[in-house]
Write a protein that binds this ligand. Sequence first.
Ligand SMILES: Cc1cc2nc3c(=O)[nH]c(=O)nc-3n(C[C@H](O)[C@H](O)[C@H](O)COP(=O)(O)O)c2cc1C
Length: 207
Amino acid sequence: MNVIEAIKTRRSIKGNFLDKPVEKEKIEQVIEAGLWAPSGQNQQPCRFIVVTDPELLAEIEAEMFRIGETVKKLLPIVGLFKKELSGEKGRRAVKSVRPHAFHGAPGLIIIGAMSDSSSTYRKDCSLAAQNMMLAAHELGLGTCCMGWITTIHKSKALTAKLDIPKGFEICQAITIGYYDTDKTPKTPQRKSVDEATTWFLKDEAGE
Ligand SMILES: Cc1cc2nc3c(=O)[nH]c(=O)nc-3n(C[C@H](O)[C@H](O)[C@H](O)COP(=O)(O)O)c2cc1C
């Protein structure tokens, strides 16, 4: 698979995971791909927490759901303080709150950094996440970004269980697992280059 093909054929897998554990070596390969992502000043702030323990996965899901439901109830108030949860954006965000956020995936990789580690750690984690999803795709594994994961820092019990130190920020997470490739989701539409781009081109004649 070449890179462009991998970019275009990777899908967010939201179900149809197989009852087949992901080998530790494959997870290591995925994390290594994350570590090869660019990072500001090559500071490499990203750290990874891998969870395949079903009980712990269920506990994280339950906590995300509990926090999501609370945010849903308090949305008009939360929206006043958190720009990203105000108005329509907030209403759309809470729509994705569901009891089984991981869609049955057998694994989760949390990606984060110490907030004092670098000035670009959030961007670095996002870049790492995309590398990881592409590498997983190449390895025949399905992934999906998990937006609400950032809420779990609110749970002292869970952060203690996950060995998350004070000052560590969860930036991203991806689910991971083998899935039924015959049931790969349909390709969602993308904007055209024209729709998304403003050009300031050098004159073709070079004048
Ligand atoms: C930052 C971010 C957060 C996301 N959070 C969720 C989520 O919590 N649950 C979910 O099912 N999908 C989530 N997604 C996946 C998107 O729904 C998906 O990327 C989008 O619909 C495009 O589909 P594709 O990835 O298959 O091209 C998230 C994606 C991103 C980039």
